[in-house]
Design a protein around this ligand. Structure first.
Ligand SMILES: [Fe+2]
Ligand SMILES: [Fe+2]
Length: 331
């Protein structure tokens, strides 16, 4: 089917090989298959190209000077942005040891020389289809982040609340020893924790007095609603539990599931503290934020009852080290 609204673009394939004759042969095949082909003479040059202009697929030889294919693969896959670019390693034989090293480096597939045009077509098509799907998922995530900003604007909440919660949650995670994708999940979960508020009526969201029973139920539905909104997006799977459980309490008196202790997902226990802190110290349209000392007192008071004691301690340490000052809104 031809595209009507979106002009068709050729997938970009980067061929990395130090032997120009090999490169040209492969480039010829790929060109005939309808791809836009770029090339690099070694891993170092490929890495520079990938950083400036992301290809949709990389075909890399293993033995190359300066930086070999395995190192290139490991470097690209270690970068959260490069992680989703499929990499095919080209091997001269069916050497099992090399393939295992390739898999360890994160290679998506292998091609064996001499090339078979049909095999090349099928393998590249499969990987490019995955790549297109991943790109769409990334786009979906951006839409959800935009939704989080819309929620903030509607809520009348201090601008950048979600951003500060996300940053604090990530800092707590780092102090706890988490890294990589776990920190990313904490950050994104922090950004999106209240996205379900989009479903709460404005009259409830902006009401200044105490909420009646029905209004309270509507307000509290936001955590489960956030999970429901984001559940169809595969890329949000890691932080759905943060959305659903960030109002649970360690003593089991929270919502929506009345989970207690370590039954509450770790990310939700972390975000709960970052969220409560920011809510306490931020000015709202109808009340000023409380002092740092009073907020610390309340955190200590709720340690082990409302919040996870160990994460409260970590957070208090981070405050001592200037966390709150670093989180001040930039506007
Ligand atoms: Fe919330
Ligand atoms: Fe919040």
């Amino acid at each position: 089917m031809t595209n009507i609204l979106v002009p068709a673009t050729k997938p970009v394939v980067l061929v990395v090989d130090d032997v120009s004759a090999n490169r040209e042969l492969l480039e010829g095949y790929l060109y005939d298959l309808g791809y836009e082909v770029r090339h690099a003479a070694d891993g170092q040059e490929a890495l520079e190209q990938i950083n400036t202009n992301e290809p949709d697929l990389v075909l890399a030889d293993i033995d190359m000077p300066r930086m070999d294919g395995l190192t290139l693969c490991a470097r690209v896959k270690a970068d959260p942005l490069g992680r989703l670019i499929p990499i095919v390693l080209i091997t001269a034989s069916h050497d099992r040891a090399i393939r295992l090293k390739g898999l360890a480096a994160g290679a998506d597939d292998f091609l064996t020389k001499p090339f078979d045009a049909k095999e090349l077509l099928i393998r590249t098509q499969v990987l490019l289809r995955d790549r297109a799907l991943n790109k769409r998922l990334d786009a979906a995530e951006s839409v959800i982040l935009a939704l989080a900003r819309a929620v903030e604007a509607r809520d009348g909440y201090t601008i950048q609340h979600a951003e500060r919660v996300a940053q604090s949650a990530r800092e707590i995670g780092r102090a706890y020893g988490l890294a990589g994708e776990d920190l990313d999940a904490l950050y994104k979960g922090g950004m999106l924790h209240d996205v379900g508020k989009i479903t709460v009526p404005e009259a409830v969201l902006l009401k200044r007095g105490p909420l009646d029973e029905g209004e309270l139920a509507a307000m509290q539905s936001h955590s489960a609603e956030g999970e429901r909104i984001c559940a169809p997006l595969r890329s949000t799977a890691h932080y759905l539990p943060i959305m659903r459980h960030h109002h649970e309490r360690i003593d089991g008196r929270g919502y929506p599931d009345r989970l207690a202790g370590s039954d509450i997902p770790l990310g939700a226990r972390v975000v709960a503290i970052a969220d409560a802190w920011d809510a306490m110290v931020s000015d709202r349209p109808y009340r000023p934020g409380i002092s740092r000392e009073e907020a610390i007192r309340r955190l200590r008071e709720g340690r082990g009852a409302q919040w996870d004691a160990m994460f409260v301690d970590l957070f208090l340490q981070l405050l001592d080290q200037g966390l709150a000052e670093r989180m001040r809104p930039s506007i």
